[in-house]
Design a protein around this ligand. Structure first.
Ligand code: ATP
Length: 584
């Protein structure tokens, strides 16, 4: 059963309950002092002549100064305690959300755009922060002022309280009515914000492409369009809010005016003193203001519920538990036993259809085939990014389903076509391969040497401490590949997955990368999604994949002998056209 949305959010307060309790104490003390002020004013007005004659007694001056000082102290403390509690909650929530999101299976990221997730982490959580600090603190203060004020009003003149008795329920009712519409619109605002976050993220990430195709204007237009929806929803919320504010303010002044007129009449009747009417009016504005705050809070709370609905949906997602990487002693044998797989996003299409294959330890297998044949899908399944819908994957005759993805991945390293680097130092990027332990610098350097990367790294003024920009922008393609190879070498896996770059490097770079790869592949089972003839020819075995099936396998020479076979056909066709196996 879905828990109550209110309770679910209030539960966030639990870890900071001590702070909140202290803040509430400060608030209570502040409210008591504030409630005393109108009474003091009434006393001064009604005893003006007497005070003028004898002067204000020193204890009274001291008491007033003390009260002012105490009020200032508890106000400052209250503000700080509420703010720090709320910042704590927000940070905790962000971390919790991030922890859950980063542990989602890869299929989740097929469905959710990075920009959307970032926006959820930033903007949606921020909405909660505002509501928890400004909102919760104000509403509690308003509640105290409201109840204290009502008690004071009743003690001064129950009769004069009548006009207010009409105003308060009316304002609370309006607050509740508008709150429901806010919730729906706020959800709309946040989802359009997430959408525009997605557009911005996509264009920034592909800024080179945007410039190369002179698409800056197109990008601006797409961003304008994405933000227009957020603006519409926010404006419609603002219209609702202004109508709500206007109505409340009208009601408020009507209530105060009628109190004033009625009060003047009561003074005429000798039932009230001028000081008492003054105090009454001040209490009345306290009560009406706090009723307005309560009504406003309700609508802002509903806005928050709407804005944070999605993050609570995400918090309910089951985080895939990090299974501990068991130190398996695998030799590197891989077997696919009639494996079929469809991507969750494309259930109608079989990406792999009854694939059976067997790779012996230390073998180098090139996977070739036309684009969309299923080559990367085989790599994705070996890496445990997705589980097969039917059939089994076995490592050294052990079923993958029983081994746990972390243990399997501990034995596998991947070098992507376009290696991704994190913003950070080169050394950190290489160390990324081994999260389980601290890696000594000597190991990093040794891996870089074997990956033919040491010389260019050492030539940088900061060497291994050189910070590579977002996605490693300052490095050339060949340099990034060699860092990725160093990373894989450091991991020292039994199984290696290479997604060969389709874009050609210059001859010198190519030789270095090839030498690094040769070092990396030594003594490991290697699956290469191959694009270069030189790689394919060197492989121990070639798997030809087409439409999710393995249609042929064998060595280059053996496969070429089958002149009418798919491999020979693929070679003839692609080599004649592009000079490489796949059209890059
Ligand atoms: P290429 O050489 O072009 O990279 P490939 O042989 O590696 O192609 P795969 O990436 O394995 O092909 O794709 C096999 C099929 O699965 C294709 O039809 C592709 O459209 C589809 N596909 C791949 N990734 C996904 C995904 N994340 N969600 C849905 N469908 C996908």
């Amino acid at each position: 059963m879905k828990p109550s949305p209110h309770l679910e959010r209030l539960r966030l307060l639990r870890p900071v309950a001590g702070r909140v309790a202290a803040a509430l104490l400060c608030m209570g003390a502040g409210v008591l002092i504030q409630l005393g002020f109108p009474r003091a004013i009434a006393y001064f007005i009604d005893h003006a002549a007497q005070l003028q004659r004898h002067g204000i007694p020193p204890w009274m001056i001291l008491a007033m100064l003390g009260a002012a000082l105490l009020l200032a102290t508890v106000s400052a403390l209250r503000y700080y305690l509420f703010q720090s509690a709320s910042q704590g909650i927000v940070t905790r929530l962000r971390r919790q959300l991030f922890d859950i999101l980063i542990r989602q299976p890869i299929g989740f990221f097929d469905q959710h755009h990075v920009g959307e997730l970032t926006s959820r982490l930033q903007a949606d959580v921020m909405a909660l922060h505002e509501s928890l600090t400004v909102g919760a603190a104000n509403v509690l203060r308003a509640l105290c002022l409201f109840s204290g004020g009502v008690a004071m009003l009743l003690s001064l003149s129950p009769l004069l309280s009548l006009p207010l008795a009409l105003f308060v329920p009316a304002s609370l009712y309006i607050g509740k009515r508008s709150g429901t519409s806010y919730r729906l619109r706020a959800r709309e605002v946040q989802s359009s914000l997430a959408e525009s976050g997605k557009v911005a993220q996509e264009h920034f990430a592909n800024v080179r492409l945007v410039h190369a195709f002179n698409q800056q204007q197109g990008a601006s237009a797409r961003y304008r369009q994405a933000t227009a929806r957020a603006l519409d929803a926010a404006l419609s919320n603002a219209r609702l809010l202004s109508t709500f504010q206007g109505t409340l303010s009208l009601l408020l002044y009507l209530a105060l005016l009628s109190t004033l007129c009625f009060g003047a009449w009561l003074i005429g009747q000798g039932q009230l003193s001028v000081g008492e009417l003054t105090a009454f009016i001040i209490y009345a504005s306290m009560v009406t203001e706090s009723a307005t705050s309560l009504a406003e809070f309700w609508s802002s709370w509903m806005r928050t519920l709407g804005a944070t609905d999605r993050i609570f949906d995400m918090l309910r997602l089951e985080a895939r538990l990090d299974d501990d990487a068991q130190p398996l002693a695998l030799s590197g044998r891989i077997r696919f036993d009639a494996v079929s797989f469809r991507y969750p996003q494309r259930p109608a299409h079989a990406a792999l259809d009854g694939v059976s294959l067997s790779v012996t330890a230390g073998e180098t297998v090139a996977v070739v085939g036309p684009s969309g044949a299923g080559k990367s899908t085989i790599a994705n399944l070996i890496l445990g990014h997705y589980a097969p819908d039917a059939g089994r994957i076995l490592y050294d005759d052990l079923d993958a389903a029983g081994l746990g993805t972390a243990s399997i991945r501990r034995q596998v390293a991947v070098v992507e076509q376009e290696p991704s680097l994190f913003s950070g130092t080169i050394a950190d990027n290489i160390r990324f391969a081994v999260p389980e332990r601290d890696v000594a610098f000597a190991e990093v350097e040794a891996a870089a040497r074997r990956a033919q990367a040491h010389d260019f790294i050492a030539a940088f003024p900061n060497g291994y401490e050189t910070v590579v920009g977002e996605r490693g922008m300052q490095l050339s393609g060949g340099q990034k590949q060699r860092i990725a190879i160093a990373r894989a070498l450091l991991r020292d896996p039994r199984i290696l997955i290479l997604d060969e770059a389709t874009s050609a490097l210059d001859a010198a770079s190519e030789t270095l990368v090839q030498a690094a790869l040769d070092n990396l592949m030594q003594g490991r089972t290697t699956m290469i999604i191959a694009h270069r003839l030189s790689t394919i020819v060197k492989a121990d075995r070639i798997l030809v994949v087409d439409q999710g099936r393995i249609c042929q396998q064998g060595s280059h020479a053996a496969l070429m002998r089958e002149e009418n076979g798919p491999y020979a056909e693929l070679m003839r066709h692609q080599l004649a056209q592009y000079g490489t196996l796949t059209a890059a």
